[in-house]
Write a protein that binds this ligand. Structure first.
Ligand code: GDP
Length: 196
């Protein structure tokens, strides 16, 4: 049976004023456009089409709230790092994201990184900002099926070194289903308020 049998889409938000009321616990999912974030959300929640798997990177400009269980929500943040995003789009992204640390219900961040690219500058910025907000951070090195075992192990080691203490890292593939259970377990820990 699915770990999240009652998962449902709640709402899309383009403006801070539209955020749902603060209660319970929330975990945000973030990552560069095309990092595999939507596929990871779908695989972890065992819903094929909960988050839209994009053909055009950078198209999702809204924050999407999903309810995993009563009082437990997942926030799908818009992808970043899209080269063609124009200034207005970036301003909107920043405004939405900057409102998040003040949100008491938000306690964790899942950061999705394409394992072939590794953790980039914007990912580091987001992690530092999450740490400052006091959130737990978990990194998914996504699309691990794209690398052989040796390169995967190297990428994992480099990512762990970059993250330092307190941030958990794992390899993940929505396609061959590597690491789905550990990711679900970590998400449930974050949503239930226990530490790693
Ligand atoms: P998002 O833009 O970060 O939400 O990424 P998507 O989930 O939309 O995926 C971007 C592209 O990467 C799509 O073409 C997906 O099919 C592909 N992709 C996503 N996850 C995996 C994976 O685990 N393995 C492989 N090989 N490709 C993936």
């Amino acid at each position: 049976m699915s770990l999240f049998p009652h998962v449902r889409f709640l709402l899309s938000v383009a403006d801070v004023a539209q955020f749902p009321p603060v209660d319970g616990r929330e975990v945000a999912f973030a990552g560069r456009s095309n990092s595999g974030k939507s596929s990871a959300i779908n695989a972890i929640t065992a819903r094929n089409a909960l988050a839209r798997v994009s053909r055009t990177p950078g198209r999702t400009k809204l924050l999407n709230f999903f309810e995993l269980a009563p009082g437990q929500r997942l926030i799908d943040l818009p992808g970043y790092g899209y080269a063609e995003a124009h200034a207005e789009e970036r301003r909107q992204w920043t405004q939405l994201i900057e409102a998040l640390p003040g949100r008491e219900s938000l306690t964790g961040l899942f950061l999705i990184v394409d394992i072939r690219r590794g953790i980039g500058e914007q990912d580091v910025q987001l992690m530092e900002w999450a740490a400052a907000a006091g959130w737990q951070v978990h990194v998914l090195l996504a699309k691990s099926d794209k690398l052989n075992q040796r390169d995967r192990a190297t990428a994992f080691r480099i990512a762990q070194e970059k993250c330092g203490d307190g941030i958990t890292v794992q390899v993940f593939s929505a396609h061959d289903r590597t690491g789905i259970q550990p990711a679900q377990k970590r998400l449930i820990q974050m949503l239930s308020g226990s530490s790693s």
